[in-house]
Design a protein. Structure first.
Length: 157
């Protein structure tokens, strides 16, 4: 059975056996609104609910035995299914924005990785040259090219 909070319109799926015929005091787990709920007589028509619902077990409910009334509070982890449709449309827009941002993310990661490689090669320049003697000319040309690129960028600004 689906119970809707009269205050915040949250919907909860509750086992029918937890609510007696004369009703019971119910407290919303989301907004803490309390009201007396009575089971309505079922309609003759069959209603098909396409939403995915969660069944609340008896041990998930918090019982309160005050003033000879049985109160229980619905857990807050159950979310309103109506809000998911709005989230789905926002999610589709986010995916479109994410695709355009992916290129720049990859570009940024590539630039940072290249800079890190240059720093590592510069740090280990002397041991690398002793292992590979022909590498000295290549590293010298690489560092001169990087200095030229730096001067070019400075001239642009």
């Amino acid at each position: 059975m689906i119970i809707e909070c009269k205050n915040c319109n949250k919907k909860f799926n509750v086992n029918d056996k937890l609510i007696p015929l004369d009703g019971r005091q119910i407290k919303c787990g989301s907004c803490n609104h309390s009201w007396h709920f009575v089971i309505e007589k079922p309609l003759e028509e069959t209603i098909i609910v396409k939403e995915e619902t969660t069944i609340i077990k008896n041990e998930d409910l918090r019982l309160d035995q005050t003033e000879n009334k049985k109160n229980f509070e619905l857990p807050t982890k159950i979310q309103d299914k109506n809000k998911t449709s709005k989230k789905d449309s926002n999610f589709k827009n986010d995916i479109k924005n994410q695709k355009s941002n992916n290129f720049f993310s990859y570009l940024l990661v590539s630039i940072i990785s290249f800079i890190a490689l240059i720093i590592v090669v510069d740090t280990l320049k002397t041991p690398l040259i002793s292992l590979f003697p022909g590498l000295e000319i290549i590293l010298f040309n690489l560092f001169e090219t990087l200095k030229d690129v730096k001067l070019f960028i400075i001239d642009l600004t």
